[in-house]
Design a protein around this ligand. Structure first.
Ligand code: SF4
Length: 359
């Protein structure tokens, strides 16, 4: 059996049991009960690196809420089965490992394994599976046979928790397909396990350019010196780095928190691309921010920082990504007031619909 690499050993030391976590964080009885009840449906998994970032003296630490199961996850909402992302995605699955929803691009999912289990994840509840070699070849054949595909998003789960040979297999096989122009990898691995961003991994990605790596930061405290070094290695190798993450209640629904995070990321050559709100997932309702509040938060960033530090605000509606243009009634009033002040109480509407479909 091949000798395990340092990052694999570190991953093996992740915390998955309440008793081990209790020694570090002092869990409440409710948290212990939630960890136990969710053990089959969506078990706890926290890397040692991430655990070290959590303040043990603060039960409401945002980083704690992101990874420690809470009793709120056990609350179910009437009609939440309609938000089942797995059933929705199944409509667009021509074969295992492929989700082809939009023209010109598709998701390739080699594994559903993750280095840690984010409590907000909208794919939560999927059982960990890796594609078999045959399934992988079938998925690649689908891409080869479909010349309209120019953008392949390798996601999961987390592709970077696969061993180097497998990452190499996926990335180089997709790169060898002539009509594929761009390969994207979406990941939170540099956040949970920065030691995974080894020279070998970076070399594999660098050989198969152009590659975009989309990271999903949620809080500025996730950007540690180890994480900065991992991001720096990727950028130095010519990988284009983008940030795409959710706005979550009680975690980052505050313009100052987001500003700090986006500015820090931009200085590390990671460009804020998408901020996502309103994705419903069973057991994650307590993280939901409403659309008006999300617009307000992003609006508060405008003209307060560099334009490239303000990502597009999007949501997912009926399976489509919808870009919110950040136009609010207050801005509309301000804009009109420069020409003629609207009379009191008169409804004003410059744009009948402040949303555009994102293609
Ligand atoms: S690492 Fe990504 S796929 Fe895995 S649980 Fe977190 S958000 Fe979901």
């Amino acid at each position: 059996m091949a000798r395990k690499e340092e990052w694999q050993l570190e991953l093996g030391r992740s915390v998955t049991r309440a008793a081990d976590l209790d020694r570090v964080l002092k869990l409440s009885d409710d948290e212990k009960a939630a960890i136990e009840e969710l053990r089959d449906a969506y078990p706890m998994k926290i890397t040692r690196h991430y655990l070290d970032l959590i303040d043990p003296g603060r039960p409401d630490d945002p980083l704690r809420k992101l990874v420690v199961p809470s009793p709120q996850e056990l609350r179910h909402r009437h009609g939440e089965e309609d938000d089942d992302v797995h059933a929705d995605e199944a409509q667009y699955q021509p074969c295992p490992g492929i989700i082809h929803r939009y023209p010109g691009k598709l998701l390739l999912i080699p594994t559903l394994g993750c280095p840690a289990h984010c409590r907000f994840c909208f794919r939560k509840g999927r059982k960990v599976q890796h594609l078999s070699h045959e399934e992988g070849e079938r998925a690649l054949s689908y891409i080869r046979g479909n010349e309209s595909i120019r953008d392949v998003i390798i996601t999961g789960g987390e592709p970077f928790i696969l061993p180097d040979e497998e990452v190499h297999y996926w990335v180089s096989s997709v790169r060898a397909i002539d009509h594929v122009q761009i390969i994207r990898v979406t990941t939170r691995t540099p956040i949970y396990l920065p030691s995974r961003i080894t020279d070998t991994l970076v070399g594999i990605l660098a050989e198969n350019q152009p590659i975009f790596v989309t990271v999903s930061f949620v809080h500025p405290r996730e950007i540690t010196p180890e994480v900065e070094r991992a991001l720096g290695k990727l950028s130095d190798a010519g990988i284009v780095m983008l940030q795409q993450g959710p706005i979550l209640r009680g975690i980052n629904d505050d313009p100052e928190v987001l500003k700090e995070m986006y500015e820090k990321l931009a200085s590390l050559r990671v460009l804020p691309y998408y901020a996502i709100w309103g994705i419903h997932a069973p057991g994650a309702e307590h993280f939901l921010v409403d659309g008006h509040r999300a617009s307000e938060i992003m609006g508060a960033l405008e003209n307060k920082t560099s334009g490239f530090c303000v990502p597009h605000l999007i949501t997912i509606a009926k399976g489509d990504k919808v870009r919110m243009m950040g136009w609010s009634p207050e801005k509309e009033m301000y804009h009109l007031a420069r020409r003629e002040p609207p009379s009191a109480g008169e409804p004003v509407r410059l744009h009948p619909h402040p949303e555009t479909r994102h293609k």
